[in-house]
Design a protein around this ligand. Structure first.
Ligand SMILES: [Zn+2]
Length: 212
């Protein structure tokens, strides 16, 4: 059961959510502040970039070496897509494909759903929920500078996901329509953009949409 007011947010976990932790009430006050934490304070820096022409085998070796589960796929330093260990399991292992023959670009997800470094954790968590993704590359000045994972958020603000779930219910779909950021190559001019939008079947940069 959750109680929410305008100024303070009190979350009381039901048995479904409260298996591991007990939250003393002081924690809820911290929880309110955590909602205002910026993405840049929590993200991991130096994400792993891999070339799109790499085989999956090479990419996985790089992942294991760095001990991380997400790669940003680039072509001459231009980010094209994202690839997670889960993608590899679902799209390669489960289909019995040979990782020495599959190219990273064959199975990456593109364009990339991104978040601004100065956005709040709340906004990031909301975006993850809406898009059903667990990793968000972080952008600043048209560049990817970090990676935010769902685990990063939960570690910092364990109550945030429940808070957002409840706020979404209260606000409803209409009011919660927010600007979304997509990054990758424009399918018209080929330039990298962190503001792609899907228009008439193509991902277009602001210039090609006639608004840049
Ligand atoms: Zn363009």
């Amino acid at each position: 059961m959750n109680f929410i007011t305008n100024r303070f947010i009190f979350v009381i976990f039901n048995s479904k959510n409260n298996k591991k932790f007990y939250y003393p009430s002081i924690h809820f006050y911290f929880g309110v502040k955590m909602v205002e934490i910026k993405v840049r304070e929590v993200m991991s820096k130096n994400p792993l970039f891999v070339e799109s022409s790499m085989t999956l085998w090479e990419a996985v070796k790089a992942m294991v070496q760095r001990g991380i589960s997400t790669m940003i796929v680039v072509d001459n330093n231009v980010p094209l897509g994202i690839l997670t260990d889960r993608d590899i399991v679902v799209k390669v292992v489960a289909r019995g494909l040979d990782p020495t023959e599959v190219k990273v670009s064959d199975i990456m997800t593109k364009p990339i759903v991104v978040i601004n470094a100065d956005d709040t954790l709340e906004r990031a968590a909301t975006l993850m929920g809406k898009k059903k993704i667990r990793k968000l590359p972080v952008i600043e000045n048209n560049k990817i500078i970090g990676l935010l994972s769902e685990n990063d958020i939960v570690r910092i603000a364990p109550t945030i996901l429940e808070i957002i779930e409840e706020k979404e219910k209260m606000k409803g779909e209409v009011e919660y329509k927010e600007k979304e950021y997509l990054a990758g190559r424009c399918e018209n001019c080929g330039e990298f953009s962190t503001e792609l939008l899907y228009v008439n079947g193509k991902y277009l940069c602001p210039v090609c949409r006639g608004v840049g």
